[in-house]
Design a protein around this ligand. Sequence first.
Ligand code: ATP
Ligand code: LTN
Length: 342
Amino acid sequence: MVGILAPMTEGQQQKKVILSGMQPTNDLTIGQYCGALRNWVELQHEYESLFCVVDLHAITVRQEPAKLRKRTLDVAAMYMAAGIDPDVSTLFVQSHVPEHTQLNWVLTCLTGFGECSRMTQFKDKSAMHADNVNVGLFTYPILMAADILLYNADLVPVGEDQRQHLELTRNLAERFNFHYSPTFTVPEPFIPKVGAKIMSLQEPEKKMSKSDPNEKATIFMVDTDEQILSKVKRAVTDSGTTIVYDEKRPGVANLMTLYSITTGKSNAEIEREFAGLGYAEFKDAVGHAIVTFLRPVRERYVAIRSDEDALKATLKRGAEAARERARKVLRKVYKKTGFVEF
Ligand code: ATP
Ligand code: LTN
């Protein structure tokens, strides 16, 4: 399934393009790693890849400036620790490329009020932040569409919760192409079969979220070995006894998914491994598998994060490369929209 490719300009890459991003609203979780980041790492060699830290999106929820600044660098360092190679992929901060907000405006004027009102994330987040239901939260998915369309991304690797935003992005691309002339690639979501929705360890019917006030519900990528083992040990399961994959038993299913991703074993293999054993043995194995898996990532993270100058230089280089591309696409969009060229 391929979107309509925009005509190639001279010297443009032949590889297909992927773009994705995460908000620097807290430390990253193992949910984000499983749903998105690990796929970015795998896909980066096959695609022309752009990954950004979406700080403009983050301020749709109130942020403390000093924390936002720090977390933006934390998230970029975690991308690299997880395996994003800035010599292979373009790694940048969204606010460093002003074309995102410029395209955002053009797309905003093509978006129906009703389309934004239907977004589940808006409904959820406005309920969660009832004291600050700002217009940015409402138009959030249009800015996301701008991020994607600005680079004519073919594929957008994200978790399940972003499917609806991708659908809006596709509609906006088609709408612009129809009203003006073919300009944007219509992107496809890339949502993994396993791990697209890692659930909370405390309420396994709910998505694991980096903003969950209950810290026991979430495994952060920077958690210590002890924290991980303790959180997994206390994870909510059910009154059953067997280790069998069953979506009706979301606690056990979620732990099986985490075990599968961190060890590479299939559900059938896991079921065989734990046949006749109980939750205690299973949780112990899951906890240790996550610890073994995350430890080297955390060690790389600490090393990368400790050299802030180098990290900032990497992001500067990424922003320059991204701007170079973004400027060309925005220019085309402005021209087609009818703005007088400067
Ligand atoms: P929050 O958890 O604070 O609501 P978010 O979902 O807005 O955060 P982002 O940083 O914007 O978090 O998400 C980055 C990526 O990680 C997205 O592609 C999202 O689908 C994915 N993701 C987030 N949480 C999970 C999860 N629990 N399971 C799988 N993928 C996830
Ligand atoms: N809305 C996304 C974050 C995001 C994004 C993007 C993802 C902003 N811009 C562009 C992919 C492509 C989320 O995960 N909450």
